[in-house]
Ligand binder design. Structure first.
Ligand code: NAD
Ligand code: MG
Length: 340
C-alpha cells in the first residue's frame, strides 16, 4: 500500500488557492479550522438560515452562501450530508466552478454511485479521514493528524494528486498518513465497516446480549456494565495492541471463553449475512434504498431512530453515566467543538 506523508507533499501545490468548505458539521468544522490554522485561505459555504453560521463566524471564518463560496474558491470540498450533495452540486456548485478547479469529497459515495458527474474540466479528489470530525480537529490541535484515505477520481490538470495531498496535509493527514485508495474501495469498505461492525453489528450485539441478561433476571445496571460500558476498555486494547495484545491483557478465563465461544456468536449464518450486505453495497442497492428513503422524507429512518432511543439500555445508561461524570467530561468538549 502506498502511504504519503508530509514530506511527499509538493511545496506550494495549493499556494494562493482559495478553499471553500461546504457544510459546517462534523467534518466541515474540522477541515475549515485545520486548513485555516495551516495558513490556507478558507471560506465556509452554508445554506440560508443555517444554524452553523454563528459558530463558524465565532471562529473568525468567512461565511457565505454555497454558490458564492464555490465561485470564490479554486478548491471546493463537499462536506454537507451525502444525500444532499447531488442537489447542492447541480443547483449551486457546478455553474460556479471554473476550468481547472478542484472538487473534493470526504466519502466516495456520490462519485462512486454516479450521483454526481463532475464537469470533465475539473480535478476530482477524495480525502476521507478515518475518524469523526471532532477527532480530526482535536488530533490536529494536539499536534498530530488523523490518517485519511486519498484518491484522484479525475485529473484534468495533471496536478490533481498533488493538490489532494496538499489539502490532506492541511487538515493534518500528512502526519497520520495518507493511504492511497480509490473512490470505489473507500466507499464500499466504509459502508461495510459501519453496517457490519462499527455501528450496525456492534449495536445489535450489545443490545441482544443486554436483553438476554435482563430477560434472565439479572439487574439491568449490571448488564449495562458488562455489555456496553466495558466495550471501550476492550476496544482501546485492540486499538493499541491488536487482538493478540487484548487477549494477553485479559484473564486466562476470559481468553479461554473468547476462543471457544466467539465463533458460536458470529457463525456461518452471520458470515453469510455479511457477504449479502457487502453484495448489496457493491450492487448499489443499498445506496438506492437510502437515497429513496431520504428523498421520501426519511419517515422509516425517523421511526427507527425513535424506537432505538426508547430501548431500556438507553435509560439505564443515562442514569449510570450521570454517576460517572468523568465519562461525559470529554463529551462536553466534543459537543462544543463540533458544529452539529
Ligand atoms: P454532518 O451531518 O455532521 O454535517 C453536515 C453539514 O452540512 C451540516 O452541519 C450543515 O452545515 C450542512 N447541511 C445539512 N443539511 C444540509 C442541506 N440540506 N443543505 C445544505 N447544507 C446542509 O455531516 P458529516 O458527518 O460531517 O459528513 C460530511 C461528509 O463527510 C460526508 O460526505 C460524510 O460521508 C463524510 N465523512 C464523515 C465522517 C464523520 O465521521 N462524520 C467521517 C468521514 C467522512
Ligand atoms: Mg465512515
Amino acid at each position: 500500500m502506498e502511504i504519503y506523508y508530509q514530506k511527499d507533499v509538493e511545496p506550494g501545490a495549493i499556494d494562493g488557492k482559495k478553499v471553500a468548505i461546504l457544510g459546517y458539521g462534523s467534518q466541515g468544522h474540522a477541515h475549515a479550522l485545520n486548513l485555516r490554522d495551516s495558513g490556507i485561505d478558507v471560506r465556509v459555504g452554508l445554506r440560508e438560515g443555517s444554524n452553523s453560521k454563528a459558530k463558524a463566524q465565532e471562529e473568525g471564518l468567512a461565511v457565505t452562501d454555497m454558490a458564492t463560496a464555490a465561485k470564490e474558491a479554486d478548491i471546493v470540498m463537499m462536506l454537507c450530508p451525502d444525500t444532499e450533495q447531488k442537489k447542492i452540486y447541480e443547483e449551486q456548485i457546478a455553474e460556479n466552478m471554473k476550468h481547472g478547479d478542484t472538487l473534493l469529497f470526504a466519502h466516495g459515495f456520490n462519485i462512486h454511485f454516479n450521483c454526481i458527474t463532475p464537469d470533465p474540466s475539473l480535478d476530482v479528489g477524495m480525502i476521507a479521514p478515518k475518524g469523526p470530525g471532532h477527532l480530526v480537529r482535536r488530533t490536529f490541535v494536539e499536534g498530530g493528524g488523523v490518517p485519511a484515505l486519498v484518491a484522484v477520481g479525475q485529473d484534468a490538470t495533471g496536478s490533481a494528486k498533488q493538490k489532494v495531498l496538499a489539502y490532506g496535509a492541511g487538515i493534518g493527514a500528512g502526519i497520520g498518513g495518507m493511504l492511497e485508495s480509490t473512490f470505489k474501495e473507500e466507499c464500499e469498505t466504509d459502508l461495510f465497516g459501519e453496517q457490519v461492525v462499527l455501528c450496525g453489528g456492534l449495536v445489535a450485539l450489545v443490545q441482544n446480549s443486554f436483553e438476554t441478561l435482563v430477560a434472565a433476571g439479572y439487574q439491568p445496571e449490571v448488564a449495562y456494565f458488562e455489555c456496553l460500558h466495558e466495550l471501550k476498555l476492550i476496544a482501546d486494547l485492540m486499538y493499541e495492541q491488536g487482538i493478540g495484545g487484548m487477549l494477553y491483557s485479559i484473564s486466562d478465563t476470559a481468553e479461554y471463553g473468547a476462543l471457544t465461544r466467539g465463533d458460536r456468536i458470529v457463525d456461518d449464518k452471520t458470515r453469510k449475512s455479511m457477504e449479502k450486505i457487502l453484495a448489496e453495497i457493491q450492487s448499489g442497492d443499498f445506496a438506492k434504498e437510502w437515497i429513496a428513503e431520504s428523498d421520501g422524507g426519511r419517515k422509516n429512518f425517523e421511526k427507527m431512530e425513535a424506537a432505538q432511543a426508547k430501548h431500556q439500555i438507553e435509560e439505564v445508561g443515562e442514569k449510570l453515566r450521570k454517576m460517572m461524570p468523568w465519562i461525559s467530561e470529554g463529551k462536553k468538549s466534543v459537543q462544543e467543538s463540533s458544529g452539529g
